[in-house]
Ligand binder design. Sequence first.
Ligand code: NAP
Length: 263
Amino acid sequence: MENLKKEGKQTGLAVVLVGDDSASKVYVSNKEKACEQLGIYSEKYTLPENTTEEELLSLIHKLNDDKKIDGILVQLPLPNHLDDKVIIDNIRPDKDVDAFHPVNVGKIMIGDFDFVPCTPAGIMELIKESGVPVEGKECVVIGRSNIVGKPMSMLLLHQNGTVTICHSRTKNLSDVTKKADILVAAVGIPKFVTADMVKPGAVVIDVGMDRDEDGKLCGDVDFSSVEPVAGAITPVPGGVGPMTIAMLMRNTVTASKNHKQII
Ligand code: NAP
């Protein structure tokens, strides 16, 4: 960052929020705070729920051409009348710091990428910093969404893990999860992974951001029952979530460096 500033290049992120989703508002405000802490210039666009596709695309095209802006993030989910795919396809791939554009998704598949979706990237950092080896390990990912499950599986594969992806049609799920040395839960169901689904000593990574029966934030893993069985486990809150924001900042700085062509 300091080097970029010395080069006279201020890194810039634009965050676009459409509608009134309360969780999205919290995510966007956390991203703004992270920008402030790091000295990243940020612009926030809060658009009403009834924004048309044409209006949103017009903003994205303006940001695509704006030299102050290195990264563009459109907070998902969008209101139902807007098509996520159309919107993402219109973000310039070199400014797509969420790495959801098909060009960036393809690059992740090949293993030659600038940006990695922030949540899987954060999980890989957690794994690396914890000294957990991936090579040759049985890695099981529960969930196959485009934003978490699929890219997560590719990143583990690139690190030479033996990867199994599970989903809602997987039969005998616990037979599969019990083989995992590294188990990633990205299901969206509160406390879905229970102790009987986990191999003793396994590394358990909880991506879930769910609400329990009392409306309290919890993960996809039943932390209290799984923690004694697991070798290591991430909590919710305070595990994967903060890493996601850190990786968004990293992707934004990468975009800025690429625009400055100083890498
Ligand atoms: P998603 O798009 O709803 O995908 C959920 C996946 O779980 C799907 O692939 C689904 O299978 C699978 N699934 C559902 N029920 C299942 C079952 N009974 N058995 C096995 N698999 C099942 O969710 P997502 O966007 O990936 O998010 C997952 C969770 O992570 C959510 O709690 C979300 O809030 C959280 N999240 C957290 C962060 C963060 O920064 N911490 C970031 C993103 C998401 P099918 O494909 O067959 O339907």
